[in-house]
Design a binder for this molecule. Structure first.
Ligand SMILES: [Zn+2]
Ligand SMILES: [Zn+2]
Length: 291
């Protein structure tokens, strides 16, 4: 089985793609931040304390899967290390000469990095429980800090097939879908399950029903709309008229999609988010550009 493009632990592949599209009009600033995030995460992913924390999260993953216990990663085991990574992430991204991290994101990072350990750990625990329980700008920094640990854990976890997991939450870490993907029919990933969701926390891809709202589960075709982007036949907004939520879907079967890396494309296509927001739709998980 081929690995999903830019999936768990592939910081280098995502960084290379982000650098290639870095001058996309209207998305330069968020792409510069994304490059800095991925560069930092790639470095941290080879640090022994990070790999040790990742190993702790997966220690019981196979037993959990056998017992139908989700998410598969032991998240509480990673709290201390993730919290310790927050000040490192803030130092790396907010250092002089780094990318221009916009306000108020930058000051949120400084504030969080300077918080007492107990506070940082409590916020990390809340975020692991449900990322929407934490203020979005703080959630961004915890996400940057957690990425290497959760992705290294996810990289060795076995993603359950569709007959074991049909949820809209990530079966590996419990995170929410950042984007949706229609994979190549040649079996890019999980043959027979053309649509996958991609986790915004651990980069796992998991199979999900094709014509179903990711946010509320609406499945009546007349309540769901697909809007293909002009000049980008591989990018579309899948929106729901019941909950007004939407998710971006990248169709890897289309011409010109061969180089796409979905988690990076999400940031490069910020123009689509602006369009969707103008139409009255909102996304359950913010894009990097929307933090
Ligand atoms: Zn996940
Ligand atoms: Zn919906």
């Amino acid at each position: 089985m081929r690995k999903p493009r830019g999936g768990p632990g592939e910081f280098g592949r995502r960084l290379a793609r982000a650098q290639r599209v870095a001058s996309t009009p209207g998305a330069r600033e968020p792409l510069a931040v994304l490059c800095a995030v991925l560069g930092h995460q790639g470095v941290r992913a080879s640090d022994p304390t990070v790999t040790a924390a990742a190993a702790l999260t997966t220690a019981a993953a196979e037993q959990r899967r056998a017992a139908n216990r989700f998410p598969l990663l032991d998240l509480p085991a990673a709290v201390d290390q993730i919290a310790a990574e927050v000040p490192r992430a803030a130092d790396a991204l907010l250092a002089p000469g780094g990318p221009t991290v916009p306000e108020p994101l930058a000051s949120a990072g400084q504030q969080l990095a300077g918080a007492p350990d107990a506070e940082l750990q409590a916020q990390t625990e809340r975020w692991l429980e449900d990322p929407t329980w934490v203020e979005p700008r703080s959630a961004f920094w915890i996400g940057v800090a957690a990425g290497p640990i959760l992705e290294l854990g996810a990289a060795v976890a076995t993603v359950p097939p569709r007959n074991e997991w049909i949820g809209a939450a990530c079966p590996v870490c419990g995170g929410t879908a950042q984007v949706s993907v229609i994979a190549e029919e040649t079996g890019e990933f999980m043959a027979g399950s053309p649509r996958s969701l991609v986790c915004g926390r651990c980069a796992t891809w998991w199979a999900f029903a094709r014509a179903t709202c990711v946010a509320c589960g609406e499945a009546q075709p007349q309540r769901l709309g697909s809007y293909v982007a002009e000049g980008m036949p591989w990018a579309r907004i899948d929106a729901c008229n019941t909950c007004h939520g939407y998710v971006k879907t990248f169709d890897l079967r289309q011409d010109g999609a061969v180089d796409l890396v979905p988690l990076v494309e999400d940031t490069a296509t910020v123009a689509l988010d602006l369009w969707a927001s103008d139409q009255g739709f909102h996304r359950p998980v913010r894009s990097l550009a929307g933090v």
